[in-house]
Write a protein that binds this ligand. Sequence first.
Ligand code: GDP
Length: 195
Amino acid sequence: MPFTHGELLKTAAKASQWPEGDLPEIIFTGRSNAGKSTLINALVNQKNLAYSGKTPGKTRLLNFFLIDSRLVFTDAPGYGYAIKDIESARAFSSLIDPYFNHRKNLRGMILVLDARREPSEEDQTMIEYGRSAHLPILVVCTKADKLSKQQISTNITKISNVLNVPESNLLQVDSLKKKGIDEVYNAIERMIKPS
Ligand code: GDP
């Protein structure tokens, strides 16, 4: 059974607002509409947890969710068309750079992708962030229910090649029907396991 409880711990625009403590942390990133909120909600079996971070004014912030009092999910703003203008790109990187460079308890990164789409430049940039911080990287391909088995397998291979991430680090889910969620849960448990 995946996690059972999540609550919004903190929203942060800058490092001084990050929550204190040393619980292991997982960062979730992805293009707007990729299905990041739905995935987080499915992982904790709560309908509206991650949507609480999507209210106006909070979309440019990092949202920290405390999960079962033992780990933290950090939800990064969804990127997309908006990031194409220089000012939003700057705002995004000034939020994300210090986090990836200095967050000591950061233990892994989950990149959320729509299984139907080719990874974007921003997706590739996020992978680079994860690599520079020497994090384990898991790519979760959502909306698998919208593709045939054959299409999924073709797309997974393509995504793996474009991002240069081994297929073993790619998972597919249908977050609405909660298919594949246990596998994501297991991958997170592996990331946070003390070494
Ligand atoms: P976010 O912007 O990345 O947080 O995306 P959301 O979680 O808000 O999802 C965007 C849309 O995709 C919503 O309408 C979701 O219901 C839908 N969605 C998300 N995951 C899935 C999935 O696995 N399967 C299907 N069919 N729809 C999904």
